[in-house]
Design a protein around this ligand. Sequence first.
Ligand SMILES: Nc1ncnc2c1ncn2[C@@H]1O[C@H](COP(=O)(O)OP(=O)(O)O)[C@@H](O)[C@H]1O
Ligand SMILES: CC(=O)OP(=O)(O)O
Ligand SMILES: [Mg+2]
Length: 400
Amino acid sequence: MNIFVVNSGSSSIKYQLFRWPAQQPVCSGLVERIGYPNATITHKVFTAADAPQETRRTLALPDHEAGLREVVALLTDAAHGVLRDPAEVEVVGHRVVHGGESFAATTQINEEVKAEIRRLFALAPLHNPANLLGIDVAERIFPRARQIAVFDTAFHQTLPEHAFRYALPEQLYTEERVRVYGFHGTSHQYVAQQAATYLGQPDARLVTLHLGNGCSAAAVHAGRCLDTSMGFGPLTGLVMGTRTGDLDPSVVLHLMGQLGYSAEQISTLLNKESGMLGLTGLSDMRDITRALEQGDARATLAYDLYAYRIRKYIGAYAAALGGLDAVVFTAGVGENDALVRRKACEGLAFLGIELEEQENQQRRPGIREISKPGARVKVLVVPTNEELEIARQCAALLAG
Ligand SMILES: Nc1ncnc2c1ncn2[C@@H]1O[C@H](COP(=O)(O)OP(=O)(O)O)[C@@H](O)[C@H]1O
Ligand SMILES: CC(=O)OP(=O)(O)O
Ligand SMILES: [Mg+2]
């Protein structure tokens, strides 16, 4: 069986084609910097013996639809393609960011499911529209395939009520479902499981830090999520590429009441113009690193603010878990940015967190241990693989 997985992030599309049940990746790819004139597509084809064959293109991609069209052209390309005919794909697994309370589990997509994904647009404006577009495009390109949704919110359904409820009048929860949902669940679940296996400790207490364009922290004990930093929508918690993270709602009241912002302007401000972009004028961490190296004061402050917020969540979640076995860094920034990891762990020796800076600076594939030998808490870099986890969940749904 061929399973094609589409993972639309806010600034990227990742995809992988798997042969199942071998769990063998046939090709994978990444479309980055969507919305910029210098978007790139990196497409890798895996062959049994050799290193993967890589094709890289730089082009202008105005939106996710243009990106997906390029991906499908590559999949069936005469030179680099891996499919003769799109009909060879039997299952398409889609990452869907917001599933609300309707979808706690992996779900076969039908019109009703699509309507619910659309109903949740306002709560995840950077993601659900791109996710639904991916589904519509995939239905046209792979009309015979089963389309399956795997929700970012699903892993967080184990949150206890004292963690998922807000201190708001009860009716807003019971009638309007205003509560913490949490996001990046597929990634937190995948890296938590990888870390527990690596540590040989199925009941490990972990803080997992997904630091991509969107960023979130999760407190995981024995594979169950106990708390997470994103909430009703993917906006609270850590500082992100273009999103604020935690913000006093008084600021929103002030903007609306005193400065005349509309709800739509507030949404654009908080989702698209804030975070690292608001602080520095740049949202891609690689660009901000360059600015920092050139001594840019705004980039220095933004790095400090970003790392300080992570540090606070590590402390909070160590308390929520009643102890800590490991801190896990993952996603674009978490896997690649040694300075973020160093700053985020600074001053946490009292919790048993101590980095081995030489290891922190290494760039090796696979799971890496970057804490000092003998430190009470392990610090790990665990590459995420949301696509593999999505494919597993699709296969599990089909197996019944
Ligand atoms: N080598 C690197 N060093 C620092 N940051 C990196 C590196 N590679 C990727 N990133 C950062 O990772 C972020 C994107 O992460 P990713 O997990 O792909 O995001 P998303 O899935 O949310 O689109 C960007 O801010 C990018 O700059
Ligand atoms: C939920 C979310 O923020 O996703 P991403 O990091 O892929 O933008
Ligand atoms: Mg992502």
